[in-house]
Design a protein around this ligand. Sequence first.
Ligand code: NAP
Length: 296
Amino acid sequence: MTAKIIDGVAVGRKIRAECRERTTALQKSYGMTPGLAVIIVGENPASRIYVRNKVRASAEVGIRSTVFAFPVGVEPATIIAKIGELNADPQTHGILVQLPLPPQIRIDEVLGTISAEKDVDGFHLYNVGGLVIGNTVFPPCTPYGVVRLLEHENIPIEGQNVVVVGASNIVGKPMALMLMQRDATVCICHAKTRDLAQFTSLADILVVAAGRPNLIGPEMIRDGAVVIDVGINRLADGRLVGDVDFEGVRQKASYITPVPGGVGPMTVTMLLVNTIASAERIARRERKFDRAVGGL
Ligand code: NAP
């Protein structure tokens, strides 16, 4: 068997075309342009590239994005004050803080000040709690992108054995919760899991997000498994690879995502989707409010 390669660029392009239609409709019906505020601290080159990509993708679909860049030594209070302003700004429908942050800034303290209604990355505790009970406002972008890829390929989730390798707060844990919500049987593995292959070989759908090149070889998966590689690793020779031995595993899997060009483009796309969904929610609420006031 040779796996079908899931083309995240093409799926992302389709969803972005829908995003464009939704922003046009918002403009037409409500005179509203979705607004995304991006906060970045310091000079981390990878973070700067991610922010540049988010700004470019926003512009493509009709989202107005604004970047607030702070020097690496900035006081946490300065960031928190800016978030307070953005929470109150009616032109801003989504706020994200590009991670990582320098060590003097506590991530949870900063993320906790973002209004849960504008938390388009889905990292605020309110949204994390919503994910646990299956009722989140904003699903976190990377696992949301994985779900959309599976749906696009009509890959069944209900009743499937899913193994998620990686248990981080931004990928592994929310991924597991989102697939459990869709009635999969989910197992989460991490760095201290004994005999990883014992678990991965049970997976109908294997999602790998560990940040370890070549962690998963063909001997670790079952015939016909769906393999989603979230990992992004830069090798010494400059090549970008995932966590999966792509050439080996694709001979045995039924579907596989490449790196680059698989999950990565979906992450940015789902940020656009969340930002537009936020603007739509606010627009609908304001219209209801206008009607209520007009009817008085
Ligand atoms: P992270 O915070 O470093 O978490 C890595 C997770 O993998 C941890 O739970 C860790 O276990 C586990 N792990 C590490 N080595 C392992 C091993 N040998 N066997 C099993 N589990 C292992 O990373 P992250 O932020 O979740 O990101 C994971 C990867 O996805 C990275 O390569 C990152 O660049 C990539 N990523 C890609 C996208 C995208 O859009 N494609 C988005 C986000 C992240 P412990 O908990 O026990 O330490």
